[in-house]
Every structure is written in structure tokens, then in C-alpha cells.
Design a protein around this ligand. Structure first.
Ligand SMILES: Cc1cc2nc3c(=O)[nH]c(=O)nc-3n(C[C@H](O)[C@H](O)[C@H](O)COP(=O)(O)O)c2cc1C
Length: 157
């Protein structure tokens, strides 16, 4: 089975960890989205697409790659790391892939550490407040093991 995993990861490189775990389990080729040309995708039997979730969606670069790729009847899977697991997170990418004729063989998500930010807190006389940080330590070893199990499950399916 000729498998490719395409990913975009920039915030904390969380999705890159998951992509690497899946690539090991599947003996797949791993590529950053910037390094993939849309025409290349037709040469694989199975393709995984993954990124962090930003504004309730996968990264724009991944969506643009899917929009630019030729229509193909192909098995694909989608994955992500996220701050909050929500059904909507994978909606857009699944729709785009389905429009291209692909079959969604599976999907995987797990928490990804999310950096907080220092903001001026107006209610507290301009003091700096730390907001937002969560999911510290994720993806952890258990998340990565879950990703490997998911990936191996795709092969047996
Ligand atoms: C700009 C930005 C927007 C984000 N928006 C969401 C979101 O809408 N939903 C969510 O669950 N997580 C959100 N997150 C959290 C990321 O999905 C999470 O930290 C992810 O693991 C980042 O992946 P990466 O390190 O591979 O880039 C956001 C993070 C950033 C930096």
C-alpha cells in the first residue's frame, strides 16, 4: 500500500507529532503541505490529511491543496489536533474531499496544547493577565498510541 500523509503544523508542532506516529504505523511517506504538488496525489493508494484546528477548520493550506487536486476516486483519512473536540472541526475538509470523489476511510482527533496569550486586563487596572492556554502536554504518549492504533486499523479495514 502506497500511503502519503500530508500535514500542516505550526502553532506547537502538535499535529506533526501525530502525523509522524501515523506514518510510522503505516510505513507511509510524510510530507508538509507546502512540499506537495496537487498532481502528485493521484499516485497514492491512501492519503491522510491533517492539521491543527484554527477557527473551527483545518489549515487553509490543506484546504487549498484539496481544492487544487484533480478529482479522484481514492481512500483518504483526516486527522487533527485541537483545543476542543467538536464535530464541526472536520466538516469542511470532509466536504471538500467528498466533492473531489474521495472516500473518507476514517478520522482521528486529539487534544493539542494551545498557547495562552498575555493580554491587558482592563478590569484589573491594566495588569497583564494570562488567558487561554490549555491541554498542556498534549498530544501525550497515550494520544500518539491512539493515533498508531487508528492508523493500523485503516490497513485492516
Ligand atoms: C490561531 C489559532 C486558532 C485556533 N482555533 C481553534 C479552534 O477554533 N478550535 C479548536 O479546537 N482549537 C483551536 N486552536 C488550538 C489548536 O487547534 C491546537 O493548539 C493545535 O494542536 C495546533 O496544532 P499545531 O501545533 O499542529 O499547529 C487554535 C490555535 C490557534 C493558534
Amino acid at each position: 500500500m502506497n500511503t502519503l500523509i500530508v500535514y500542516k503544523s505550526y502553532h506547537r508542532m502538535n499535529t506533526e507529532k501525530v502525523a509522524k506516529a501515523m506514518a510510522d504505523a503505516l510505513n507511509a511517506q510524510l510530507a508538509k503541505v507546502e512540499d506537495v504538488r496537487p498532481e502528485e496525489l493521484a499516485g497514492y493508494d491512501l492519503i491522510g490529511f491533517g492539521s491543527g484546528i484554527y477557527g473551527l477548520k483545518h489549515h487553509k493550506a490543506l484546504i487549498e491543496l484539496i481544492e487544487a487536486m484533480p478529482a479522484m476516486d481514492k481512500d483518504v483519512f483526516v486527522f487533527s489536533t485541537c483545543g476542543n473536540v467538536r464535530e464541526v472541526n472536520h466538516k469542511q475538509i470532509k466536504e471538500k474531499l467528498t466533492e473531489k470523489g474521495c472516500h473518507i476511510a476514517g478520522e482521528f482527533t486529539c487534544f493539542g496544547e494551545f498557547a495562552g496569550a498575555l493580554r491587558l486586563n482592563r478590569d484589573w487596572k491594566g495588569a497583564l493577565a494570562f488567558i487561554g492556554g490549555k491541554n498542556k502536554g498534549h498530544p501525550d504518549e497515550k494520544d500518539l498510541e491512539n493515533a498508531r492504533v487508528f492508523a493500523k486499523g485503516l490497513l485492516s479495514a
